[in-house]
Design a protein around this ligand. Structure first.
Ligand code: NAI
Length: 269
């Protein structure tokens, strides 16, 4: 895709799932990648290995480089260090992918405040901190750039028993639109993707059980869960110059999950 070769992209939570696939895809497109991980250093090494393999199937992109950085995005000092070390290493940072995310489930009346704070801390505070630091760098170096928030269909679909997750993704949607408006004139685009049910470790409670997986997929108009690679393809598009006129949008990649599937057949006269 146009405009990605030679760019530097920081991907948070890139040791597994969607973040791993995004890192690999952006390397394949010719970006230098910063692979942030929280604790899974083996996963981060795996991302690095696969990214280099993919990048080198295209000789022009064989010079792609990767940096592995441990850090907890919910901690201000870690988020500042992640962005600063990316810039120190590569001399620039052009693309931020706010992917790190966690979830917990609980009836809302029993949701513990600490659990609530943890989910909001990683999913929303972490995304804000990384975006703030990246935007600061882009403004001070007078560079265009792109921030992409990995949100969820639960940015707009309420999810009972996942109150903190729903709030975090709803907030992320407003962060996307607010930052997009604030920095549009500076050449900084801010967009999001809203994945539907995707086969990744966050969902291992149903992905590894054929009966539960079939139940989940029965609710999806296209009849199947999505893949991390399908999410990564949309992220590569939004980060590229092919999307040069797109800002402030969340693109739902969900097999039709946000289409009100219950209306497939008429149920009113
Ligand atoms: P995952 O569990 O494989 O990925 C989440 C990543 O975030 C992990 O690598 C984890 O180590 C990292 N992480 C957790 N806490 C962190 C912290 N404090 N600092 C840095 N990294 C941290 O699951 P998945 O599915 O790949 O999730 C990626 C994103 O996609 C999340 O934001 C999630 O909410 C979102 N998403 C996933 C969907 C799905 O069905 N898999 C659907 C909608 C959105």
């Amino acid at each position: 895709m146009k405009g990605l070769v030679g760019k530097t992209a920081l991907i948070t939570g890139a040791s597994s799932g969607i973040g791993q696939a995004i890192a690999i895809r952006l390397a394949e497109e010719g970006c230098n990648i910063v692979i942030n991980y929280h604790s899974d250093s083996e996963g981060a090494e795996d991302t690095h290995r696969q990214a280099m393999e993919k990048a080198c199937t295209d000789v022009e992109n064989c010079g792609v480089k990767a940096l592995l950085l441990k850090g907890d995005v919910s901690k201000e000092e870690d988020a500042i260090a992640l962005v600063q070390q990316s810039i120190d290493h590569f001399g620039q940072l052009d693309i931020l992918i706010n992917n790190a995310g966690v979830q917990t489930d609980s009836p809302s009346e029993a949701l513990e405040a600490d659990s609530f704070d943890w989910v909001l801390g990683v999913n929303l505070r972490g995304a804000y901190l990384c975006a703030r630091e990246t935007i600061k760098h882009l403004l001070s170096s007078d560079r265009p750039g792109s921030v992409i928030n990995i949100s969820s269909v639960h940015e707009i679909i309420p999810r009972p028993q996942y109150l903190s997750y729903s709030i975090s993704k709803g907030g992320m949607g407003n962060m996307t639109r607010t930052l997009a408006l604030e920095y549009a004139a500076k050449g900084i685009r801010v967009n999001g993707i809203g994945p539907g049910a995707t086969v990744t470790p966050i969902n291992d409670e149903w992905t590894d059980d054929p009966a539960k997986k079939a139940e989940v997929e029965s609710h999806i108009p296209m009849g199947r869960a999505g893949t991390s690679e399908e999410m990564a393809a949309a992220v590569a598009f939004l980060a590229s110059d092919e999307a040069a006129y797109i800002t402030g949008q969340t693109l739902y990649i969900d097999g039709g999950l946000t289409l009100y599937a219950d209306f497939r057949e008429a149920w009113s006269a």
